[in-house]
Design a protein around this ligand. Structure first.
Ligand code: NAP
Length: 284
């Protein structure tokens, strides 16, 4: 391995940029605000929400947390979102997923104003990503692109393989690599010859959700390997990539933990700042 791509260092650089951006807006009398809604008691979701709040506080972003009980009705949640859509001091709205089963996730996401949808899950934002004219990108693939940029890894003309086709990671990841002129293949559970396809990749992104799924025989010598996976094995966090063997072949690789994970919150902060700028007609 030539290089370890350090998500802690890169996310710190993104956060520093956001902190400066927030200060510049504050100097103009503009505040930046993020509302985070959580419904129910999912322990993992609670940790994510607490981390988002902490990141906001560190960067000067005002965070409002709405912790609603498990039995919240659809109407109550939609009313809250309507209120936050209209609230001037709130620039971004995030509804922590998954929602309890009695709530219609699609309907809830669609009710957030696209210009406040800092997760970029609203169909309008999804469509904008498709045509390459976007302000927000889902935070995890946005974080991966930021890592490639920071490391001066040029995507143009490269063979890029993404394993996973979820709406929040795999699909937008493929589109972002395509917009940077990569030649992209998106693989999934029905893909045939996965090993051969992965072995052709100059840039391989794993977003599968299976520990140690990507082994050295699936990786080309000198490939850049990005591990999005977050899996628990015996309570220990690990990625989708078998790091010990793959890191010997890769020219650059992200670790887990300390790779893509820290980027996700940093990009959420970035999207919130962008939302505040757009809503106040400030370019950049
Ligand atoms: P997901 O919705 O479960 O999608 C997993 C994808 O992997 C699916 O497209 C699935 O294919 C594909 N897949 C499953 N088994 C496969 C196989 N044997 N061969 C090829 N493809 C296979 O998961 P996700 O939300 O995209 O997340 C993926 C991973 O990233 C998870 O570990 C998650 O925890 C992690 N994650 C990390 C962050 C972060 O901040 N670092 C953020 C989000 C997610 P089908 O579509 O055919 O089922």
């Amino acid at each position: 391995m030539n290089r370890l791509i350090d998500g802690k260092v890169i996310s710190a650089a993104v956060k520093e940029r956001v902190r400066n951006g927030v200060s510049e807006l504050n100097a103009k009398g503009i505040t930046v605000g993020l509302a985070v809604i959580i419904v129910g008691e999912d322990p993992a979701s609670k940790v994510y929400v607490a981390n988002k709040k902490k990141a906001c506080e560190a960067l000067g972003i005002i965070s409002e947390e709405y912790a609603l009980p498990e039995n919240t009705t659809q109407e109550e949640l939609l009313n809250l979102i309507k209120e936050l859509n209209a609230k001037k001091s709130i620039n971004g709205i995030l509804c922590q997923l998954p929602l309890p089963r009695h709530l219609d996730e699609k309907l809830i996401i669609n009710s957030i104003l696209p210009e406040k949808d800092v997760d970029a899950f609203h169909p309008v934002n999804v469509g904008k990503i498709m045509i390459g004219d976007y302000d927000f990108v889902p935070c995890t693939p946005a974080g991966v692109m930021e890592m490639l940029k920071y490391e001066n890894i040029d995507v143009e003309g490269k063979t890029c393989v993404v394993i996973g086709r979820s709406n929040i990671v795999g699909k937008p990841m493929g589109m972002l690599l395509l917009h940077k002129n990569g030649t992209v293949t998106i693989c999934h559970s029905r893909t045939k010859n996965l090993k051969e396809i992965c072995s052709s990749a100059d840039i391989l992104v794993a977003a599968v959700g299976k520990a140690n799924f990507v082994t050295a025989d699936m990786v080309k010598d000198g490939a850049v390997v990005i591990d999005v996976g977050m899996n628990r094995v015996d309570g220990k966090l690990c990625g989708d990539v078998d790091f010990p063997s793959v890191s010997k072949k890769a020219s650059a690789i992200t670790p887990v933990p300390g790779g893509v994970g820290p980027m996700t919150i940093a990009m959420l902060m970035q999207n919130t700042l962008t939302a505040a700028k757009r809503q106040n007609n400030i370019n950049g």
